[in-house]
Design a protein around this ligand. Structure first.
Ligand code: NAD
Ligand code: UGA
Length: 430
């Protein structure tokens, strides 16, 4: 049992604190957002993540998981402090480190005993060294500390499983003994542990996300070629994926990658490259391919419906992927903007991201379920592949819609069946 503090209770911080508590540690999770902390104390979670609520509840009840807004309280007994605050994109494409900086300054001011500071936020290469300098600068007393980079690889929607069964744990530090102590915390997860230097650990995170985004942009480009040549991208992906050198994962063609990480991380890596006089040619292409994906939807709808002004277009799925309420960089945002600009009446439904979408997208009419969204619609777009859209009653849908036009942006339906039912159906790369 170790005393652990986690700074930031967003997607990563809440999962990290909860899962470490579940392993038997004593964890205090801190956030500057007092409303989040007050809600967590009442058992109300700030995010939707399948399965998380019951693990939080179990560990709060067991007295192993606590929430606070006080750095003094969070650091009083901590041996390990994880930083899990946001690192959003700046206007120039670089990562914004203001939240990391304020967290680090508070840690420096409030630490009272030897501490291992572990960075879980995705940060530019070199940040670990800067964290060490910042701690020294703002410490009130000369207390020994170490900095370790421990990038997080969880995915939203499967965060608990990803945290508890990671493919690997990466630890970077200038002090091997500190990295080994953090490795010890991760031993129950039984994953390979890679111990390296700070900069290499930081780069492994960016390179991993950029590679996954590249895989998706690649399959999307091949999907366009399939479409032009009459091949089926789903079968192409299966045929490729059996090769262990390629692998099956991340070969689903669609409307492109979004979310709180790929867009900002690919951009930040390209920015770091440019700042250091190298040419991120491939990263630029990967972003360019992704930027164009949603244009296909508008082109198809105009082709089928002509002028979109006054037409009702239904979007099924608003979150950036299924099983999350996260709308950051979701394709639905681009679609609402583009379709509203054409004068269309855009209606949308999402099983969990409704409230977030309502705040973010004033031009969007939020519907209570898929059938209400489709009622009297001129066309529907499958934006996010939630399971509940996979077996909708297609005959009922056809009757409800003014015209049976479907753009299946995630390839969830069978083109032959859709043709048989009389839909004007378009999917990706088939
Ligand atoms: P988030 O926006 O969900 O949560 C960040 C939290 O930090 C917020 O609750 C905010 O109030 C809090 N915060 C900000 N400044 C603070 C401060 N000075 N002190 C205390 N709390 C503070 O962010 P997230 O999605 O969890 O991402 C966190 C980091 O982890 C980012 O660097 C991200 O790139 C990385 N990451 C995210 C994921 C993911 O799936 N979301 C996965 C891997 C890595
Ligand atoms: C991603 C990575 O998968 C995590 O390993 C990483 O920790 C995280 O970013 C991060 O750094 O924040 P996440 O953004 O939660 O996780 O979601 P993914 O499942 O990776 O999906 C990202 C985007 O790619 C989604 O828009 C999804 O629809 C799209 N995608 C994914 C595809 O279009 N095709 C695929 O085959 C897979």
């Amino acid at each position: 049992m170790k005393n652990i503090s986690v700074i930031g209770v967003g997607y990563v911080g809440l999962v990290t604190s909860t899962c470490f508590a579940d392993l038997g540690n004593n964890v205090i999770a801190l956030d500057i957002n007092k409303e989040r902390v007050a809600n967590l104390k009442k058992g109300i979670l700030p995010i939707y993540e399948p399965g998380l609520e019951e693990v939080v509840e179990r560990n709060v009840e067991a007295g192993r998981l606590h929430f606070t807004s006080s750095y003094d309280e969070a650091l009083r007994d901590a041996e390990f402090v994880f930083i899990a605050v946001g690192t959003p994109e700046k206007k120039d494409g670089g990562a914004d480190l203001q939240y990391v900086e304020s967290a680090v300054r508070e840690i420096a001011k409030n630490m009272t005993r030897e501490l291992i500071i572990i960075n879980k936020s995705t940060v530019p290469v070199g940040t670990g060294d800067w964290v060490a300098e910042t701690i020294k600068k703002y410490q009130s007393k000369d207390i020994p500390f170490s900095v370790v980079s421990c990038p997080e690889f969880l995915r939203e929607g499967s965060a608990i499983a990803d945290f508890t069964n990671p493919a690997r744990t990466v630890l970077g530090s200038a002090k091997k003994s500190a990295a080994e102590k953090v490795a010890h915390l991760h031993l129950p997860l039984r994953a390979p542990i890679i111990i390296t230097d700070l900069r290499t650990a930081e780069m492994i995170k960016y390179a991993s996300n950029a590679f996954l985004a590249t895989k998706i942009s690649f399959i999307n480009e091949v999907a366009d070629i399939c479409e032009a040549l009459g091949a089926d991208i789903k079968e192409v992906a299966v045929g490729m994926g059996y090769d262990p050198r390629i692998g099956k994962a991340f070969l689903d063609a669609g409307l492109g990658w979004g979310g709180s990480c790929f867009p900002k991380d690919v951009k930040a890596l390209a920015y770091m490259a440019k700042q250091n006089q190298t040419h991120p040619q491939m990263l630029n292409s990967v972003m360019e391919i992704n930027a164009d994906r949603s244009n296909k939807v508008v082109d198809f709808l105009e082709d089928k419906l002509g002028d979109l002004s006054g037409k009702k277009i239904a979007l099924l799925g608003l979150a950036f992927k299924p099983n999350t309420d996260d709308m950051r960089e979701a394709v639905s945002i681009k679609l609402v903007d583009a379709l509203s600009a054409k004068g269309a009446a855009v209606h949308g439904y999402d099983p969990v991201a409704q409230d977030v979408a309502a705040k973010l997208l004033p031009d969007l009419a939020i519907e209570k379920d898929a059938y209400s969204a489709l009622d009297q619609a001129n066309a529907v777009v499958i934006v996010t592949e939630w399971n509940e859209f996979k077996q909708l009653n297609l005959e009922k849908i056809k009757k409800l819609m003014i015209s049976p036009v479907i753009f299946d942006g995630r390839n969830i339906y069978d083109p032959e069946q859709m043709a048989r039912l009389g839909f004007a159906y378009k999917s990706i790369g088939r």
